[in-house]
Design a protein around this ligand. Sequence first.
Ligand code: NAD
Ligand code: UGA
Length: 323
Amino acid sequence: MMARVLVTGAGGFIGSHLVEALLARGVEVVGLDRRRLGEHPIADENLAAAVGNPLFTPLCRDLSTDQLDDAVDGCDTVFHLAARPGVRPSWGAEFVDYAQANVLGTHRLLDACARSGVRRLVYASSSSVYGPANRPSREADPTCPVSPYGVSKLAAEHLCLAHSRRPDSQLTVVALRYFTVYGPRQRPDMAIGRLLFAAYTGFPVTIFGDGSQRREFTYVGDVVAATLAAAHVDARYAVVNVGGGASVSMRGAIEEASKVTGRHIPVQVADAQPGDVSSTSADLTRAGRLLGYWPTVGLHEGMARQSAWLVNLSRDRLAAFTS
Ligand code: NAD
Ligand code: UGA
C-alpha cells in the first residue's frame, strides 16, 4: 500500500490521469511539474479535478535545475513521467531541452531519491527505444533508437537501471515502455487528436508519408493501470512493455476516426519524417506476468472517449491543434 508518492510530469497528459487515479485510491500525492499552476492553461485544465483535493500538493520545479530533496522527502514511491516528449521535433537545436529534461533531469531526480531512501521508482520509458522492428518487440530485444528523443529516453532508462544495480542502493526500478498513448488530454501534437480535430473542424490533418506506418495505440486508462501495478512488482529492476494489444496503420486509424465521428477526415500529405519508425508493436507477455496487465479499451471506444473530451475543449486549447 502506498502512503505518499511523488508524480513528476503531473501537469501533463498521462501524469494528470495518474494523479487522479492515485487520489481516488486515497494516496497522498505530490505533483511536480515545471508548468506553474495558474500560469499554464494546459496544466490548469489537466489538474482541475486534483487541485483542492486535500491529498494533493502541487509543486512547481524544474528537474534539471531546481533542488528536489523536499519533493521526494517522505515518499516511498516516485512515478517519473516528466520529460520533453515528441519524436519529430527532437532533431537540431531543440535537443538541448530533450537532453536537459530527459537525461539531466532524470539523473538529478535519481540522486535525490538515493539521498532520501525512496524504495521504488517507476519510469515512463518509450517504445521509441526499440527502433525498426518487424515483429512484436520484446523487452530483451536489442535497442536501436532512431530519433534523438528515443536516445534520450533510453539514456534515462539506463540511468534508472544503473541506480537500482548499485550495491548500496535501496532504490528499485520498474521502467515501463509505453506505446503511443491516446485518450482525453492527449498532447495536441499527436496523431489521434489531430484526426478527431480534422473531423470536427474540416482543418486538414497532415499525414507524414503514405499512411502505411503502424502504431500500437494504447489507451491512457490502461497505461495508468499498468503504472499503478508497477509500484508493487517484486523485483530489484524490471523493464516492461505497455501496449494497446493491436498495431494499426495510420490509414486504419483515419477510417476508425471517421466511424467514431460520423464525419469525413480531410487529409493532406507530407514527407515521411526522420525519426519515425514504420511500425511499433508490443509483446505483452511480460506485462501480463509481472503487472497482471492486459489492455481493456480498444481503439474505437478509446477514440470515442477522446472525441467526447475534445468537443468540450476551450478555444485556447483547440488552437494548439493547428500549430
Ligand atoms: P506531457 O508533455 O503531456 O507531460 C510531460 C510533463 O512533464 C509536462 O507537463 C511538462 O511540463 C513536464 N516536464 C517536462 N520537463 C520537465 C522538467 N525538466 N521538470 C519538470 N517537469 C517537466 O507528455 P505525456 O505524453 O504525458 O508523456 C509523459 C511521459 O510518458 C513522458 O516521459 C514521455 O516520454 C512518456 N511517453 C509518452 C508516450 C505518449 O504516447 N504520450 C509514449 C511513450 C512514453
Ligand atoms: C508517441 C509520443 O509522442 C512519444 O512521446 C512517445 O514516446 C512515443 O509515442 C512512443 O510510443 O514511445 P508517435 O508514435 O510518433 O510518438 O505518436 P503520434 O505523434 O501520435 O504519431 C503516430 C503516427 O502518426 C506517426 O507515424 C506520425 O508520423 C503520424 N502523424 C502524427 C502524422 O502522420 N501526422 C500528425 O500530425 C501526427
